[in-house]
Design a protein around this ligand. Structure first.
Ligand SMILES: NC(=O)c1ccc[n+]([C@@H]2O[C@H](COP(=O)([O-])OP(=O)(O)OC[C@H]3O[C@@H](n4cnc5c(N)ncnc54)[C@H](OP(=O)(O)O)[C@@H]3O)[C@@H](O)[C@H]2O)c1
Length: 323
């Protein structure tokens, strides 16, 4: 089976394609034939050694896959060969096969294609975790989403639509703003050309209740300043490459709160609560209240190109690799 391998922390074009034997499941594991592997911004950081955690090399990147079970190990109950599943694997997803702990595998709702499913777990879990566990967003509140045409941005808009929040999407291109509108954004702001703070305050009458910020950089302070009394600024990530220094006086003013959001660490330390979060997502998908968009697809061997496009800000929505 083929897989993408990072032999050393290096530029993306150093990622290699390796062929090896088919996988066999150890006890408590299943083998999944990968039909789609989610590509996440963090994967690019991992393979270049730019993430807080550095896995031992060599390794295969990719934390989430969707596919069919092809083999079941001893001591596994309730999963059978042929099941359509979604698996959260940490690493190793950029491959034709993964061997995953049975506990990390969940049945795929019939409403989801393999490609939709592989693109949604990380982005939707982050959005739902942020809006329900790190703050308690209430129907009717105003949510400003930065990087709204990106993976977590679009997921936040879809979750917000299901929670009946009012939304303003901010992004840098017409295509990304169109995608945000398709995901339910009520208003849009091009933050490359418009005054983000002034426009967000104007659209929401008196400032937004919540900022969802996966971008950081200079937009972060403008967004913080757009918050109303008691507003919450959710720090999701720094896709701009710049960790902002938010002025404490702007937090003090109007009793605002800056809230850190680290879904991955929380999921690792709270597996039961994370299973509940995942079940909540799948139930909402089955009920039709969440509508994950179809991602763009790249062949497995174009993993480096997919990651470069993501880093180069050229992608609208999500990407998956199709082996
Ligand atoms: N905290 C958590 O638990 C958690 C979970 C998942 C992801 N994250 C983080 O959230 C961030 C976004 O992830 P994502 O999957 O949504 O990524 P994505 O799909 O690449 O979207 C990120 C967006 O950021 C904007 N951006 C601004 N400057 C950029 C730059 N220099 N390079 C790339 N993008 C830039 C882009 O929108 P515009 O062009 O419109 O500005 C882009 O659409 C990442 O930092 C990721 O690590 C955090």
């Amino acid at each position: 089976m083929r897989r993408i391998v990072c032999f050393d922390f290096a530029p993306l074009d150093q990622l290699a394609v390796e062929d090896g034997p088919d996988l066999l499941p150890a006890p408590h594991q299943v083998v999944v034939a990968v039909r789609a592997a989610g590509v996440n911004y963090v994967d690019a950081l991992f393979v270049q050694g730019r993430y807080q955690i550095r896995p031992p090399v060599p390794f295969s990147p990719g934390s989430e896959v969707a596919g069919e079970v092809t083999a079941v190990g001893d001591e596994v109950d309730g999963i059978a060969v042929g099941d359509r599943v979604l698996a959260s694997v940490g690493l190793g997803g950029y491959a034709e096969q993964v061997a995953a702990p049975a506990t990390s595998v969940i049945p795929l709702p019939s409403a989801l294609s393999f490609t939709q499913a592989a693109a949604m777990l990380q982005s939707y879990s982050t959005a739902l975790f942020a809006l329900t566990r790190r703050t308690a967003a209430v129907a009717g509140e105003w949510l400003l989403v930065l990087g709204a045409g990106g993976g977590v941005g679009l997921a936040a808009l879809d979750v917000a639509r299901a929670m009946e929040l009012r939304t303003i999407a901010a992004a840098s291109t017409g295509a990304k703003l169109d995608a945000a509108r398709a995901a339910g954004a009520e208003h849009t702001i091009d933050y490359e050309t418009d005054d983000l703070k002034a426009r967000a305050r104007e659209l929401s009458d008196d400032g937004v209740d919540i900022v969802f910020d996966p971008v950081g950089g200079t937009h972060a302070e403008q967004a913080l300043r757009a918050l109303t009394v008691g507003g919450r600024h959710l720090v999701i990530g720094f896709a701009s490459g710049e960790i902002p220094r938010l002025p404490a006086n702007q937090v003090l003013l109007n009793n605002r709160t800056v809230v850190g959001v680290d879904w991955g660490a929380w999921a690792m330390h709270n597996p039961e609560e994370n299973h509940a979060l995942t079940r909540e997502l799948m139930t909402a998908v089955e009920a039709g209240s969440l509508l994950p968009p179809e991602p763009s697809t790249y062949p497995l061997e174009k993993a480096a190109e997919a990651l470069a496009d993501l880093e180069g800000r050229r992608v609208t929505g999500k990407i998956v690799l199709v082996p």
